[in-house]
Design a binder for this molecule. Structure first.
Ligand code: GLC
Length: 582
């Protein structure tokens, strides 16, 4: 491929030789990623201007599957504490734990029966405090999962609420009389199958549950509910947690008139049954932003905390969650990559659309996998998973890494008796089950990959003897070492964390973009195809040095006039200051 127009513009850049030196100094650093890679002094300005969560790399831990310490086959808090040095060396700055609170575990912790304690399968409050202190000592922030939309049906609030129509907590949940024929009040559907209404024979009314019937939705129109959850937040913030990822934040409010959701004319069998309706009256209601602004005010009572929202909406709706004058969540999770078509044009268009939609001052973010969707290696294949890592860690915006993606964890195929996910149990056969993305971390080649001495609650992915942390650490070209180099680069170079983003080209299988900051420029070149490709620049004044190569064998190679990319290869190239650039 020849790139002319874009590349023929010359930038007025002063210093001729300095960057060559600077980039090799950076490469030295990257070979020892365990060393502190805080921004260099000369760039302190950028570091001071941005909040920690703008520069941070977030790492999501699914606690059941990270590290078991008491041999019950389920991961726990002391297990996570044991693995903090691993996370420190990986270089991430913040960890987010999926729910660890007391729960009947019907939806694996997203059904909470007590918001201010720890489930015994994960440990105790003391274990939590120890983990938090240890994490902070290592320079790691700790984020918790706040699940305010619903509780477990075993929560004392719901037990009280369902006990009688006159109980003071009755209105804490969403109760409604039956329809005239005795059926559910309206057509609202549960995302976990069937009607979203469950009849309660004792009090003769239905209650609403967007997910399992064991997960009744709280009534966020009731100020007491709002206050109660605010106090839950304060409980953890005062203990020292650095913020929350808020579960299904865009669904907190439902229509007060309980109008039927419209039928979705585009639904076809094979899609989740709840998609038969458009959730017009059960999600993304305009008033939800007031409720979120209140959550944000609670966060603002404490210094330097962050609020992240789980929001599955098209980009133009998603960005509304920054809130009017940025009074909403700091980071509305951007899940666009989870369902992106994996080709250069589609990816470039998606980044452009997102960048263009961001409100002034709104900070971007990117998510590659999570506990609800197939892993990136399963979506794009193991070779392309490296490029996905490169993309995630070089785009503008806070990246979130899902545990195990850094070793290219694949999805385990489960036999029917191994299925644990209630979603798959309720709606089998559509491929929406989530167990495959939640299997235990592979630490080493020992029994159960070093995760537990007992049979894990979910099976290990089949390749665990070969693909594990211990093996990959020793292989310079492993995906784990690629992650480490990319993370170290992002942490060392403000141009990668806070620099601007500029699209360069999306042609055929090639995706190229530029990051720029204070005279530093980094070109990211990804070959998403199975054939080698060459990018020729109009001028051989295009010069630089490879900082990170996706296949792990070209770091520090000089680049001049052209870039040769092998199949599925990606390069992060630091441009010389005097180079002709796009
Ligand atoms: C969120 C969680 C998911 C859970 C659901 C209901 O989407 O990420 O795991 O099942 O909420 O709580």
């Amino acid at each position: 491929m020849r790139i002319d127009a874009h590349w023929s513009r010359t930038f007025d850049v002063p210093n001729l030789t300095r960057v060559g030196m600077q980039s090799s100094a950076i490469s030295d650093r990257l070979r020892a990623p365990q060393r502190d890679t805080a921004p260099a002094k000369g760039n302190a300005h950028a570091a001071i201007e941005s909040a920690w969560w703008q520069r941070a790399i977030i790492y999501q831990i699914y606690p059941r599957s990270f590290q078991d310490s008491n041999d019950d086959g389920i991961g726990d808090l002391p297990g996570i504490e044991r693995r903090l040095p691993y996370l420190k060396e990986l270089g991430v700055n913040a960890i987010w734990l999926s729910p660890i609170f007391p729960s009947p575990q019907r939806d694996f912790g997203y059904d909470i029966s007590n918001y201010t304690d720890i489930d015994p399968i994960f440990g105790t409050l003391r274990d939590f405090d120890r983990l938090l202190t240890a994490a902070h000592k290592q320079g790691l922030k700790l984020l918790l999962d706040l699940v305010p939309n619903h509780t477990s049906d075993q929560h004392s609030w719901f037990r009280a609420s369902r006990s009688s129509r006159s109980d003071p907590k009755r209105d804490w949940y969403i109760w409604h009389d039956p329809a005239p024929d005795g059926g559910p009040p309206n057509n609202w559907l549960s995302q976990f199958g069937g009607s979203a209404w469950e009849f309660d024979a004792v009090t003769g009314q239905y209650y609403y549950h967007a997910f399992l019937r064991e997960q009744p939705d709280l009534n966020w129109r009731n100020p007491s509910v709002r206050r109660a959850i605010h106090d839950v937040m304060r409980f953890w913030l005062a203990r020292g947690v650095d913020g929350f990822r808020v579960d299904v934040i865009w669904q907190l409010l439902k229509d007060q008139q309980f109008r039927n959701n419209p039928v979705n004319p585009h639904w076809t069998p094979g899609q989740p049954p709840s998609d038969q309706l458009i959730p017009l009256y059960t999600a993304d209601l305009p008033e939800v932003h007031d409720v979120i602004a209140e959550l944000r005010r609670v966060i603002n009572e404490f210094d330097e905390r962050v609020l992240i929202g789980e929001i599955y909406l098209p980009i133009e709706r998603l960005v509304a969650y920054y809130g009017r004058d940025l009074t909403g969540v700091h980071l509305p999770f951007n899940f666009a990559l989870l369902s992106a078509r994996w080709n250069a044009r589609a990816l470039a268009a998606l980044v452009d659309e997102y960048e263009a939609a961001l409100p002034a001052g709104g900070w971007p973010n990117w998510v590659l996998s999570n506990h609800d969707r197939p892993r990136v290696a399963a979506r794009v294949g193991t070779r392309q998973a490296r490029l996905a890592a490169m993309l995630l860690l070089t785009l503008r915006g806070t990246p979130t890494i899902y545990y195990g993606d850094e070793i290219g964890l694949s999805e385990a195929a489960l036999t029917p008796d191994q299925i644990r996910d209630p979603l798959e149990h309720n709606i089998p056969g559509l491929g929406i089950g989530r167990d495959g993305a939640r299997t235990p971390m592979h630490w080493d080649g020992s029994t159960n990959a070093g995760f537990s001495d007992r049979e894990p609650w979910l099976p290990l992915a089949p390749d665990h003897r070969a693909e594990n942390v211990a093996n990959q650490l020793h292989d310079e070209t492993s995906i784990l070492n690629l992650y480490r180099r990319l993370i170290a680069a992002r942490r060392a170079m403000p141009v990668l964390s806070v620099g601007s983003y500029r699209p360069v080209a999306a042609q055929g299988d090639l995706l190229l973009f530029l990051r720029e900051h204070a005279g530093d420029r980094v070109l990211v070149a990804l070959n998403l195809g199975d054939e080698a490709a060459t990018v020729e620049f109009a001028s051989d004044q295009f010069r630089g040095q490879i900082l990170v190569s996706a296949l792990g064998d070209r770091d520090e190679e000089p680049v001049r006039g052209r870039v040769d990319l092998r199949a599925s290869e990606g390069l992060v190239i630091v441009l010389a200051r005097d180079a002709t650039a796009p």
